[in-house]
Structure formats: C-alpha cells, structure tokens
Design a binder for this molecule. Structure first.
Ligand SMILES: [Zn+2]
Length: 257
C-alpha cells in the first residue's frame, strides 16, 4: 500500500535524502511503565514504513510522532500481547480514521488466532516463519526463529544498502548470526541485568552485548527493558560486553540505519 497525501509524499522525499531510519514508538518490556509503551519500531525508507510490533500504547505514539497514513505494513514478532495488543485498535483506526480497507500484517500463524478482530477488519494476515523472506516497498524482510516461548521471529531489514536486525524477544539460545552478516544496526532486547539471567526467556544487557559483539554488528541499541530495571545498569553492562558505546531505546528517538 503506497502512502498518500502531501505530508506523506514530502516525508518520503526527505527519507530518500536522509536514508532509512527507525523511529522508536514503544520500548518497554513485558508491560508498559508509567507513560511508556510496549514494543513498536517504525522502519522508514523511501518507499515503505514498516511497523515492527504494535504493543500497548504504540498507536497513540504513532499518531503523535509520525504520519500514520505512511504506514505500509505491520510485523508482529510473536503471540505475547506486549507485542500486539494495540493491533485491534490500529485496525479500527486504519479503517475508520484513514479510510483504508487493507493493512498487511506479517506474523507467525499462531498470532492470527490470538488477536480479536471484527469481520470488517482491514487486517490482511501473511503467515511467515523461520527463514521466510518478504519484500515490502524497498525493504526486504527476512525472519529467524528465536529462543523464546511459542514461535517468535527476529527480523532482518535490508534497505538502501543498509541492514538492521531486530531480535524481537529471545533468550541466549539465538544469535544475530542467524540473520546473516553485515548488520549495521542491532536492535536487541535486554530485558534485565545479569543478576536476572536464566529467570525468564529473555536476555540481560550483558548477554545482548555479547550477542552483538560476536556478530560484529556496527551499532547496538538495547530495548524491551522491564520498567522495574534500571536503564543505565542494563545499558552499561551491555556496553562492557559489546566493547563499545551502546544506546538504550527511548520513545521518540529516531535511529539512523
Ligand atoms: Zn515475548
């Protein structure tokens, strides 16, 4: 679906000049903290805007921080609601506020069975799995099953000669190498500090830094932190393991790919 309207057209011209970016619309892990939002990252390029996950609070931030009419497709990484709970209201918004009849949503098959949608929903499911590849505008998406309960898909996005990897949710039994070489940016979950390792199917800051270092990624931004865990502590242990500076995702931040 091509974006419409003058604002969207202007934005896409700007995007072609500046190169692809990732706008953080939500980055809290498992539940949103006060004023926060669950996972949501808008990958914008010259000919597409793909939303990776649509957790609680992401639609409001999409309306506040971006032009929702530019949205081309949505990816839902897995069946946990902190990654999809805004999808039913996004579907309503797309139908009633944008007047669109179709919103492509790429997700593992089990997600479609969990998300409650009305019969007039514009959501057009596209079932994807480990190793699958899809082209959305100028973005090429490749999926890799992670180490997390249910089918959970990490995503590689190749666009305009750049590449990013999004871990979705994962434990330490997965690595960025499964998304292939040459990642310029790794957006990796780091749910807690090393003190919590092994207590849930997630990564610590230390483990995220280690995975990114082993894969030789260009830059690392950690995300999906439990709001009860200290941001600086997670980021700092990731930086030590990575061997270089690490960013901590913040709502409204635009990462340059
Ligand atoms: Zn999960």
């Amino acid at each position: 679906m091509e974006p419409s309207g003058d604002r969207a057209a202007e934005r896409l011209v700007d995007q072609a000049r500046s190169g692809p970016t990732v706008l953080v619309l939500g980055c809290d892990g498992s539940w949103p903290g006060p004023g926060g939002a669950g996972s949501g990252y808008l990958v914008r390029s010259a000919r597409a805007a793909v939303l990776l996950d649509v957790g609680p609070g992401v639609l409001a931030n999409l309306e506040r921080l971006a032009d929702p009419d530019e949205l081309t497709a949505v990816v839902v990484s897995h069946g946990h609601p902190d990654h999809w709970s805004d999808l039913p209201v996004l579907a309503t918004f797309v139908r009633l506020a944008l007047g669109r009849r179709r919103l492509p949503v790429l997700a593992p098959p089990e997600v479609a069975a969990r998300v409650p949608l009305g019969s007039s929903s514009p959501v057009a499911w596209d079932a994807v799995g480990d190793g699958d590849r899809r082209v959305v505008g100028d973005q090429v998406l490749t999926f890799s099953a992670t180490d997390h309960p249910g089918t959970t898909l990490a995503v590689r996005v190749d666009v305009a000669g750049r590449a990013m990897g999004y871990s979705a949710d994962s434990g330490p039994g997965w690595d960025f190498g499964r998304l292939g070489p040459g990642l310029d940016l790794a957006l990796c979950e780091a749910t807690f500090t090393a003190a919590h390792e092994g207590t849930a199917g997630h990564l610590s800051g230390r483990q995220a830094g280690e995975l990114a270092r082993r894969a030789g990624v260009g830059a690392l931004v950690v995300t999906h932190r439990w709001p009860t865990c200290d941001a600086a502590a997670v980021r700092d242990e990731a930086a030590v393991a990575f061997g270089g500076p690490v960013g901590q995702a913040v709502i409204g931040e635009e990462l340059v790919l």
